[in-house]
Ligand binder design. Sequence first.
Ligand SMILES: Cc1cc2nc3c(=O)[nH]c(=O)nc-3n(C[C@H](O)[C@H](O)[C@H](O)COP(=O)(O)OP(=O)(O)OC[C@H]3O[C@@H](n4cnc5c(N)ncnc54)[C@H](O)[C@@H]3O)c2cc1C
Length: 429
Amino acid sequence: MPSRRRADEDAEVIVVGAGPAGSTAATYLARCGLDVLLLEKSTFPREKVCGDGLTPRGVKQLIDLGVDTREEAGWLHNRGLRVVTSHHELELDWPSLSNFPPYGVVRTRQDFDEMLARTAQRAGARLLENTNVTGAITHERTGRVVGVSAKVGKDREPVTYRAPLVLACDGVSARLALSVGIDKRDDRPMGVAVRRYYNSPRTKDDYLESHLQLWDRTDPARPVLLPGYGWIFGMGDGTVNVGLGILSTSKAYGTTDYRALMRSWVAGLPEDWEFNEDTATGKIGGAALPMGFNRTPHYRDGLLLVGDAGGMVNPFNGEGIGYAMESAKLAAQCVVQALARPEGPARERALAGYPLALKQALGSYYTLGNTFSKLIGNPTIMRLCTRYGMPKERLMRLVLKLLAGLYDPRDGDAMDRIITVATKLAPSV
Ligand SMILES: Cc1cc2nc3c(=O)[nH]c(=O)nc-3n(C[C@H](O)[C@H](O)[C@H](O)COP(=O)(O)OP(=O)(O)OC[C@H]3O[C@@H](n4cnc5c(N)ncnc54)[C@H](O)[C@@H]3O)c2cc1C
């Protein structure tokens, strides 16, 4: 095929960051025949602090991308979520739906992210590792993003790359968006999460486990119930990923020592699970979770924000991988259409379709999620929800569907219809 790349350009699309968002976008774009440059600051395999869990919502994105998610292909499946409070324990299987598979998976991000990056390479994207993008290059007259500047290799040699469109998939740091003045929105929630791996007899588990009562016992006389949850995800390889996440809507946000909280929570768990300093395989790692579209606009002047860079994490449950991949697919579809049009208004119309597609897919659901995160930021409401909600299994099944975004708006049961109506009534963020 003759190249559509102009002589002064390095690619037709530049994708910054080879996490789930970037590698997914690069794969779809390259499969459509576009010349894609995928720039990544680290070198694979590399670690990424995460819970490593995917609900069926995330697995669907892998399947859409053509990844073989069968157990025979090395994936560890789970069949649902175990919800634990001090008085109750409930095993909720993932719902059976036409639009999502009935299983979730776990896989270390060390492995997962490299697998996705190699998928993008196999599709034809040119991956440049060790390339730290420092900011966008803008056209001096129009202000449009026309490329990126970067520092390459150990010597941090300055380089520039040019293309008519750039996808910011650089995660929560959102360096690219910040370089053109697209700031975080304070009216949308954030989370903070920390995690650690332990060698543990709990490594094999058919369920993802979620602990809804997270007590901060820093002052033992006055324990405080924090809005967030702890998780225990068996990795199947002898280790367990244990972590916790807290919402910005809580008073404790920003004042809590998350690593100390993690140590105190883990110390209160049963001894025979063997979560202790001797079994820990590394340090406690932590990072922020940008939720509910907390950075907008998602498209402006040649730059699209995808995944964490655009605040795509689900405010109900803190899941971000699947949503990073979902937004990447939508971004890629719009970019492919845009680049098939001449520069100018026709192309811009196709690009304006990206924020619209996001709003359509997730806007109203995230409005509900943002409200939910405000409500449970109040410890009294959180306490009432766990005390009176947990014993009601049917209600909890509905809650699981809502929190994990696992409902079918077209062909579902009564619960699916309740959630669909709620999302229809909510305005889109
Ligand atoms: C403790 C914790 C637990 C979590 N648990 C889960 C979970 O169990 N399930 C789930 O679905 N989600 C989870 N999340 C959220 C999930 O990790 C993110 O939502 C997801 O990684 C977002 O993908 P992304 O591709 O947008 O960003 P990232 O995964 O952050 O990828 C960004 C990529 O860009 C690269 N990059 C960054 N800056 C630059 C730069 N300047 N130049 C070049 N490259 C750059 C990075 O190296 C990285 O490879 C968790 C998050 C945390 C913090």
